[in-house]
Ligand binder design. Sequence first.
Ligand code: 5GP
Length: 190
Amino acid sequence: MPLVVVITGPSGVGKGTLIAALRERVEGLRLSVSATTRAPRAGEVDGVDYFFLDRDRFAELVEQNAFVEHADYAGERYGTLRDELVSERSDRAVLLEIEVQGARQVREKLPEALQVFIAPPSAADLRRRLEGRGTDSPETIERRLQAAEAEMAAQDEFARVVVNDDLDRATTELEQIVRGALSETVESGR
Ligand code: 5GP
């Protein structure tokens, strides 16, 4: 199995943007495609951004133990399919962009996975980002901000915390962490 890298932190903190920037700088990082019950946003493509499933199908996959981790988040279900962790030879690492409950499950099951918590510079900044990206209704934003309080409290569980104060700076920090873990993986012959 390649190195598994979990990128977690509250919704709206910029995990997706950071991951995209990281993947431009480091080759061979595959992004795991999650399953979710939430509706696609404009421009999102099934099988690319997510596997969009109805609640029955999601429950069926849970029953079949098809998920490495799954969580209820802001009224919807999200999960990482085991199949997504099966690697191609060209993968140096598989990235999971997931919320905190899922990150905890991965920590239990795959303690060797690298886990990085992305934190906002402030709570006000997180609200600004969620409102600014214009993808969610006001109700959804409130739910996400509520969830963010608990997620921010979980920050201390993570040895690696990157504050997303500036995209370029935060990407460089994340890149150093990932490159460090990749070279350790190679050295230990895994
Ligand atoms: P969004 O609806 O904004 O795409 O995602 C909401 C939250 O769910 C984000 O924090 C995102 O990282 C997280 N998420 C996405 N996929 C998964 C997954 O497979 N498992 C878990 N636990 N969280 C996920």
